[in-house]
Each structure stands twice: as structure tokens, then as C-alpha cells.
Design a protein. Structure first.
Length: 304
């Protein structure tokens, strides 16, 4: 299976040790009122047709989308006998384009989605950037008491770091593709190649092209995502201010450094009732080991 999300590349995040002092939050995170948007979604109901009973809700990573999770969603629904929702986060897939693109805003969207669809006892699964969104949902002061039953975080920690310049390079290349008014993916590949050596990563980025348009144009709002990339390494909470005591599973890729000895104690502070499992994989644990990942999530949800 191909890699499904380049949300936070294993080359792209410089992990930090848990801060000994309180870090100053970027100004864009200090908004007083966040207006949630209606997220677009796919749902796979179980055989009994239920759409609200103990659902699994899945959040993709940066430059990802709900359709990346289509095969796993069907398998989860079959295994769990529960509805499975895969969401497009704001500024991704077909969901609305809107600022700000912060973890607080994205968490607000997910909470709004659950309320609108009358979901309770949710098992919330997020990969990379989506994992940080999921953690922000669990730690939100607006979280209803009966909403969240399980939290599953795939290969990311609630730490603060900075993304490398290659991500701005991706946005620069994508802007160049649009400005060049190319009409084929081959031409787009040629423009993107100097910015990214890996053909699979280039192909993944190009899944964001709107196939209905000629010349080619991306369906993600580059003018919003570009400036937001520098803050995607941020996390809006600190453990002295917020914790979630519910059942939490972190799934780490053995070849990835996103969860490491420096930030694992921080995760434990935020989520005291956490466990961790390791898969022989890189950052894309769900794509590289889909069957093992599916079993790990299913066993966790059904056992507790």
C-alpha cells in the first residue's frame, strides 16, 4: 500500500524535549472565538445500519483526505460492527477553506461534527497532524463528558517542534504548478521533482489536484496552508493546564522518531491512562502495516 499522508515527514520535524518553561504561544493561537465549519465526510455503517452507536472517527494528516482511509474504514466497520466516519479536516479534501488553520480550530470542527451527527462514545483515531487534532479534541475544555470513549494516536506526540523548510518547498512547487498552467500530471511531476526526490511522495502530493480542472489546480487552498505550515509543529496545550484520563493508545512506527524517549513522558502527563504499541514501520504505520494496524486498533477498542 502506498504512503497515504505526508502530514509530518520523518525528515520534517525537529523534535524538542519537553519544555522546562512555559513556551510563548504564537499569536494566531490566541483567538477568542472560533467558528467551526461543517466537515465533509464518508461513513461506512455496519450491517445493522447504525450511524451513531459507538462510532470510530478517523482524522487524516497534512495534505491527506478522507478517501485515503477508504479501505481501512470498510475493514474497521466490518471488524468492529460499528459505524466508521472518515473526515476531511478544514482546508483538505472537499471541506471548506477557512482560516485559521490551528489545532484549536480543527478540534472545534471535529467537536461540532460529533454534536451535529449526535455521536456519543466515540473512538477517535488520528494520524500525525490528525493525531494532534485528536489529542486537542480530548484536551478541549469544550469536550462533552460522554463524547469520547477511546483515543488512538498514530505516530505523533503532543510535543512542540518546527517543520523543516521542505514543507514550504512543497507549497512553493504546488504554486508553481498552478502558475505554469500545466495540463498533465507528467508536467506537474517535472515541476515537483526538484523539490522532492521520492516519487511516491510526489504522487501523494499530486492526489490533491482537482481532476476536473484544466489547467491543473489544487483543491487545497495553498494561500492558507502555506502560512500555516510553520505552526503545524505546535501544540496548544500544556499538561499542567489540561489532561484526559480516558483510555488512550499511541501506535509508534519503530523506524520513526515522532514518538521518542524525550516526548513519551510528556504524552504520559497529558494522557495518564495511555498505553503504547510499536509496529515495524515508518511514520505511515497504517499504510505500511495495514492489517497489523487494523488489528491493534480493533483489539484496543473492543477490549475496553
Amino acid at each position: 500500500m502506498s504512503r497515504l499522508s505526508i502530514s509530518l515527514s520523518s525528515r520534517g520535524l525537529r523534535s524538542q524535549r519537553p519544555a522546562a518553561r512555559r513556551l510563548v504561544c504564537p499569536q494566531r493561537y490566541l483567538s477568542t472565538r472560533i467558528e467551526p465549519v461543517d466537515l465533509h465526510y464518508d461513513v461506512v455503517p455496519p450491517a445493522d445500519g447504525s450511524k451513531t452507536d459507538k462510532p470510530l472517527v478517523i482524522l487524516h494528516g497534512l495534505f491527506g483526505m478522507k478517501r485515503n482511509w477508504h479501505s481501512l474504514s470498510k475493514a474497521f466497520s466490518r471488524d468492529l460492527k460499528r459505524p466508521v466516519y472518515a473526515l476531511d479536516l478544514r482546508n483538505h479534501g472537499t471541506s471548506p477553506h477557512v482560516e485559521p488553520m490551528t489545532y484549536e480550530a480543527m478540534a472545534s470542527d471535529v467537536l461540532h461534527f460529533c454534536e451535529k451527527h449526535s455521536l456519543t462514545n466515540v473512538s477517535l483515531l488520528g494520524h500525525s497532524m490528525g493525531g494532534k487534532v485528536a489529542m486537542a479534541v480530548a484536551l478541549s475544555p469544550s469536550l462533552p463528558q460522554d463524547l469520547l470513549a477511546h483515543l488512538i494516536v498514530a505516530d505523533i506526540a503532543p510535543s512542540r517542534g518546527s517543520l523543516s523548510s521542505e514543507f514550504q518547498g512543497y507549497v512553493e512547487a504546488m504554486n508553481k504548478i498552478e502558475a505554469s498552467r500545466v495540463s498533465s500530471r507528467k508536467e506537474a511531476q517535472e515541476i515537483l521533482a526538484p523539490y522532492e526526490d521520492d516519487a511516491m511522495t510526489r504522487a501523494f502530493l499530486l492526489t490533491n489536484i482537482d481532476a476536473k480542472l484544466n489547467p491543473l489546480k489544487f483543491q487545497v487552498p495553498l494561500h492558507i496552508i502555506g502560512p500555516a505550515i510553520r505552526d503545524i509543529g505546535w501544540f496548544p496545550h500544556e499538561p499542567q493546564d489540561a489532561t484526559w484520563n480516558g483510555k488512550t493508545l499511541f501506535i509508534k512506527g519503530s523506524k520513526s522518531n515522532y514518538i521518542n524517549k524525550n516526548n513519551l513522558p510528556l504524552a504520559k502527563q497529558f494522557f495518564p491512562n495511555m498505553s503504547i504499541e510499536i509496529l515495524e514501520a515508518g511514520h505511515w504505520v497504517h499504510a505500511e502495516k495495514p492489517n497489523e494496524f487494523r488489528k491493534m486498533v480493533t483489539d484496543f477498542v473492543t477490549a475496553s
